[in-house]
Design a protein around this ligand. Structure first.
Ligand code: 13P
Ligand code: SF4
Length: 384
């Protein structure tokens, strides 16, 4: 057997030793990620054929995120699965009649699929593919934080464990979080938000809602640098800036479009520009180039002259999804996701609230023409 390469991963998380820290300071934490083996072109082709065959034999469907390996994204699309943002992954998995879903992404995505479809078998290429937001929001600490603020509506981002969702009133994804908080704010509700501090403060700034923020962050987006982005924009004055809202405020402030991965791809396709600077995981560039052929995409800077990047704009856990382990789980049925039935029953309420809200608002992955009209998403945001 080939030895598995492991790399260590450093990320910021709330300093939970301080009782107020969930809403205050942060500290450095460490985790690890596996590095999939490099493959020759022949090995890739052979594995892709085997996966196509196994998906058919198992009556399984592949649901992939835009940040995973390009081969997996292509396979998902060509075999009748889907590649999308986390809202659409949840909805697609729930509505598909296949008995087995293979979720290529990170663990919370597999858990959400299981919670929504407990009767289906949910497999993942690697169950250890996690997320710094999930790691930085342990259920017990989060529950204590909620207990300390019983007057607040608890809104959690999809990037959390099933146990954290079980404690929440609403789950949101980046494509619909702003609209849901706008709705709750209009009803006069005060919000307890977790775990992403950057997405939380972006929504707070856009809606004016009273939000108490957990101090988690995404190790990929947290690394985009405002000053370096400003310098890069000067070198490319015609470029439009596309930013995922998990990025820091001084990066978001320079954006022409702020949105979920699907919304950024739609913007790249729709906007009348030939050059784009993209502040999100570089796995998205595969789909962006397909959606907008001939346009130029430049990665937003992650590190200044004196700094080194930790993720270098690619999520180490999304990168754990590979052709090798995908073929393996389809062959063996290993790596099945299980969610405790009681936690699942409690967590499903907050996920369904979001899906019902999205259905009402027709806030699904919108045609690009509609996206341009979604001024609420982009309001107050634009190059300085
Ligand atoms: P999207 O819902 O925009 O795809 O984001 C998921 C994610 O993990 C971003 O880092
Ligand atoms: Fe989590 Fe960031 Fe990776 Fe998305 S890119 S899964 S938010 S660590």
């Amino acid at each position: 057997m080939t030895p598995q390469t492991i790399k260590s991963v450093e990320f910021e998380k709330p300093n939970l030793t301080d009782p107020d820290a969930a809403a205050g300071g942060s500290c450095v934490a460490h985790a690890w990620a596996k590095v999939p083996p490099a493959l020759t072109p022949d090995e890739r082709q052979a594995l892709k054929s085997r996966i196509r065959k196994l998906l058919k034999e198992r009556n399984a469907v592949l649901v992939a995120h835009y940040y995973v390996d390009a081969d997996l994204q292509d396979l998902a699309e060509e075999t009748g699965g889907c590649v999308s943002d986390s809202l659409e992954m949840a909805r697609f998995g729930r509505d598909h009649d296949a008995k087995t879903l293979v979720v290529a992404g990170v663990r919370f995505m597999g858990e959400t699929a299981k919670i929504l479809s407990p009767e289906k078998t949910i497999l993942m290429p690697d169950l250890d593919a996690t997320c710094s937001l999930d790691l930085g929001c342990p259920a017990d600490d989060f529950s204590a934080f909620c207990d300390a603020h019983p007057d607040r509506t608890v809104v959690v981002y999809a990037n959390t464990s099933a146990a954290v969702k079980a404690r929440a009133d609403w789950m949101v994804t980046s494509s619909i979080g702003l609209k849901i908080v706008e709705h709750l704010h209009a009803r006069g509700e005060k919000i307890l938000w977790a775990p992403d501090k950057h997405l939380g403060s972006y929504i707070q700034q856009q809606t004016g809602a009273d939000m108490l923020l957990w101090q988690g962050s995404c190790l990929v987006h947290d690394e985009f640098k405002g000053i370096e982005l400003d310098l890069l924009r000067r070198e490319h004055p015609k470029a439009k800036i596309l930013v995922h809202p998990e990025s820091p405020a001084n990066v978001v402030a320079q954006a022409d479009v702020v949105g979920s991965t699907s919304q950024l791809i739609a913007a790249a396709q729709q906007l009348d520009a030939n050059e784009f600077i993209v502040a999100t995981d570089n796995g998205i560039l595969h789909k962006m180039r397909m959606a907008a052929p001939g346009k130029m995409f430049i990665e937003a800077p992650t590190a200044g002259n004196s700094a080194t990047c930790k993720s270098c704009a690619h999520c180490p856990w999304m990168a754990m999804n590979a052709l090798t382990n995908l073929a393996e789980v389809l062959e063996t049925g290993r790596n099945e996701i299980h969610v405790d039935a009681d936690i699942g029953r409690r967590a499903v309420t907050c996920i369904n609230r979001m899906l019902d809200f999205a259905a009402q608002q027709k806030a699904n992955v919108r045609p690009a023409a509609d996206l341009a009209k979604e001024s609420a998403l982009f309001s107050g945001v634009g190059p300085a």
